[in-house]
Design a protein around this ligand. Structure first.
Ligand code: ZN
Length: 363
């Protein structure tokens, strides 16, 4: 019994032991399980953390990369903006220096009454005249200052640049596109225009250099008007009398002779003086009106409407009106004659004449 008890006890003990072991095991197991679960949870948590960390890292990486992209774009923009500002500042500085240099040239504008006799041309322009400069450099720098000749210079300087560009384009055309004969005929017009506008802006720039230089360029200026008129007529006569050889040659020879006559008259010193202003205008108007004779010839032979549609007689008439109006305004010195001193800088008669010359050339 005891044994049994023992056994039983033992059994019981064993059982108990087993029970304890079982409990312990179970508790251990559960502990282990709980530990494992905990570990798993921890691990999961760690993983989650890791994942979260990774996600955060990724997000932060993405953020960083996005930020760096934005920063890069921003930096590029800022750099470009900075460079642009730097360039603008340099440009401003250069322009300022240039203006200062022009102003430092050491001459001031004078009234008409204080000009030397040879520089006195239009007494209705009262103020803002350049004095005698005796320097080509000063004359050319005066292009960028405001005085009685500024608009005269720029109207023909810009027109000259435009026609020079067209002349280069015409000359560079291959022969198969534009036959040599046609090219030469068209070039007569462009060469005449380029010479006229070129001599004109040069004259208005340097005529205050000295009396000697002023006279030379004044003559060149008048020669330029003759070149323009002759150069404008040659292509018109050539194409209007294309199939009529004799009238074509006669009219072309005649306009060249009359143009040469205008050139010779322009060489006289007196021709450029103020009292001869109406004669100058008359000679150049007469040269322009010579075109009326071949025009009438064409209309009589071919008919009025053929003259309008085939020979550009309408355009030629418009050119003549512009040319004559410009010359009359130039000779009469209107509007400064009516309001002396009010058109010293802009809208004076010579500027209107210049604009008409450019318009006529373009038409
Ligand atoms: Zn002029």
């Amino acid at each position: 019994m005891n044994f049994q008890n023992k056994y039983c006890q033992g059994d019981n003990a064993t059982d108990h032991h087993n029970e304890v072991d079982k409990i312990e095991w179970q508790s251990l197991n559960s502990y282990h399980i709980s530990c494992i679960e905990d570990e798993e949870i921890i691990n999961e948590g760690n993983d989650n953390e890791k994942q979260t960390d990774t996600h955060l890292e990724c997000t932060s990486d993405n953020k960083l990369s996005n930020e760096s992209e934005h920063e890069d774009t921003g930096c590029t923009d800022q750099l470009l903006h900075g460079q642009f500002q730097q360039m603008a500042a340099l440009l401003m500085q250069g322009t300022e220096e240039f203006i200062r240099k022009v102003w430092r040239e050491g001459w001031s504008l004078v009234q008409h009454q204080h000009l030397p006799a040879w520089l006195k041309d239009n007494n209705f322009l009262v103020r803002s005249h350049r004095p005698e400069l005796n320097s080509y450099k000063k004359c050319f720098l005066s292009i960028f200052r405001v005085h009685t000749e500024t608009v005269n210079i720029w109207t023909h300087l810009l027109g000259w640049l435009g026609f020079l560009a067209i002349l280069v384009v015409v000359m560079s055309q291959p022969i198969d596109h534009l036959p040599l004969q046609d090219k030469l005929i068209i070039m007569c017009f462009f060469v005449g225009t380029v010479l006229c506008l070129g001599f004109s802006w040069l004259f208005h720039t340097v005529f205050c250099h000295s009396q000697k230089v002023g006279k030379i360029f004044n003559k060149l200026d008048y020669c330029g008007i003759a070149f323009l008129t002759v150069g404008s007529f040659i292509p018109w006569l050539y194409y209007s009398f294309y199939c009529r050889f004799i009238p074509k040659v006669v009219y072309m020879t005649l306009i060249v002779i009359l143009g040469t006559f205008a050139l010779i008259v322009s060489m006289f010193d007196k021709f450029a003086t103020p009292p001869y202003r109406p004669l100058r205008a008359g000679i150049f108007i007469g040269l322009g009106l010579c075109g009326a004779v071949p025009c009438l010839h064409y209309i009589i032979v071919e008919g009025f409407w053929s003259g309008i549609y085939q020979s550009s007689v309408g355009w030629l008439s418009l050119m003549a009106i512009i040319y004559i109006t410009g010359a009359v305004i130039y000779a009469a010195r209107i509007p400064e004659r009516i309001f002396p001193g009010k058109f010293d800088i802009i809208f004076q008669s010579h500027q209107i004449f210049h604009v008409f010359v450019v318009l006529e050339s373009f038409s």
